[in-house]
Design a protein around this ligand. Structure first.
Ligand SMILES: [Cu+2]
Length: 154
């Protein structure tokens, strides 16, 4: 009963507090929850795009997002942005993004992100593009990234 109420509350929150409630899409894989995958529409002529999502680990062991596969890009990399002095640097993550037990890892602009490289198609805002997320321990899952307009430039 409590769970149902909570779920309902979450849907309500999604509905009222996000510009487009359709962005609220969750995926479940074992003890992992993947929430709200979205991809930012690249500037015209740019052949790579950044993707973001939230991963929660309700289990008691670490897992790692180590690979992503798509049909719309030739290559996918996991990146991390960090400040080196005054300069924002982008670093490739080699061993995957760790999702520690009981924690939530947020991929967001200016931080951890997914880099879809050599895009093979033009995106349309509001469309959804499928990708396979691969985790070291839990396995893989297909999720849809919603194409979003870039809201703030960095
Ligand atoms: Cu990047």
């Amino acid at each position: 009963m409590r769970r149902i109420t909570l779920k309902f509350l979450l849907i309500l929150i999604c509905f009222f507090f996000t510009p487009n409630f359709l962005f609220c899409h969750d995926y479940y894989l074992g003890q992992l929850t993947i929430d709200h995958p979205y991809l930012v529409l690249p500037m015209p002529g740019i052949k790579s795009a950044s993707g973001y999502l939230i991963i929660k680990n309700k289990g008691n062991k670490s897992d790692f997002l180590f690979e992503i596969e798509t049909l719309f890009s030739e290559k996918v990399e996991l990146h991390e942005m960090s400040m080196v002095g005054d300069i924002m640097k982008m670093k490739k993550i080699k061993d995957g993004i760790e999702i520690p037990p009981g924690e939530e890892v947020v991929l967001k602009p200016g931080g951890l992100h997914i880099m879809f490289k050599n895009l093979k198609k033009n995106f349309v805002v509001g469309d959804k593009e499928k990708a396979i997320l691969k985790f070291k321990k839990t396995g893989k899952i297909i999720v849809s990234f919603e194409i979003q307009q870039n809201k703030h430039s960095h």
